[in-house]
Design a protein around this ligand. Sequence first.
Ligand SMILES: C[S@@+](CC[C@H](N)C(=O)[O-])C[C@H]1O[C@@H](n2cnc3c(N)ncnc32)[C@H](O)[C@@H]1O
Length: 197
Amino acid sequence: MAKRNTWEDHYTRRARSEKWPARSVYKLEEIDKKYKLIRQGHRVLDLGCFPGSWSQYCLKKVGPQGDVAGVDLEKPAPLSAPNFRFIQGDILELDPEWLADEIGPRDLVISDMAPQTTGIKIADASRSLELGNRALAFALILLKKEGHLLCKVFQGEDQETFTKEVGRCFDQMRLIRPSAVRKKSKEIYLLGLRLRV
Ligand SMILES: C[S@@+](CC[C@H](N)C(=O)[O-])C[C@H]1O[C@@H](n2cnc3c(N)ncnc32)[C@H](O)[C@@H]1O
């Protein structure tokens, strides 16, 4: 009998049958359904957008009046939407002021960025936190008043400092572990609601 691929789960199969490029779409969907983050006409910045499921989900939700800009090291298969713009680059090197000039203010910044993992937990958590801090820096420059930030980080020693910083910048802060996060994963999502100006 063929050995069952334990990496493939209900969400992987569902994503394939519903034609999403990644199962991670169900994490965003769960958070969005609960907090009603993404609305018609919204302008979204999706950091770490490859292979594109979060951007596709957002495009459906924002409709033709809204738009989505995605940044990643890797280029996703082109999304057939006129209101999607892809910027290829390393978020650690991109200038947030330049991006703000290019794409304008945003209602929502979402980041599902993850570093290449090494298996060394402390190192992986620290690199993930570096990406999280960068996502926060972009959010502080690009978000409109009362805009929201959703950001993934790997849980680790220094995560609390980052959590406090997000809490300081937004009216409310939530720590969320959606059901599609794999049991062994260290991923956690920080949601900052309504940017304080
Ligand atoms: C888990 S995937 C994102 C999946 C995406 N949310 C989706 O649903 O299709 C994480 C992404 O973060 C990107 N990433 C990691 N480090 C980055 C960096 N320094 N700059 C830009 N993107 C980065 C990776 O290239 C990868 O595509």
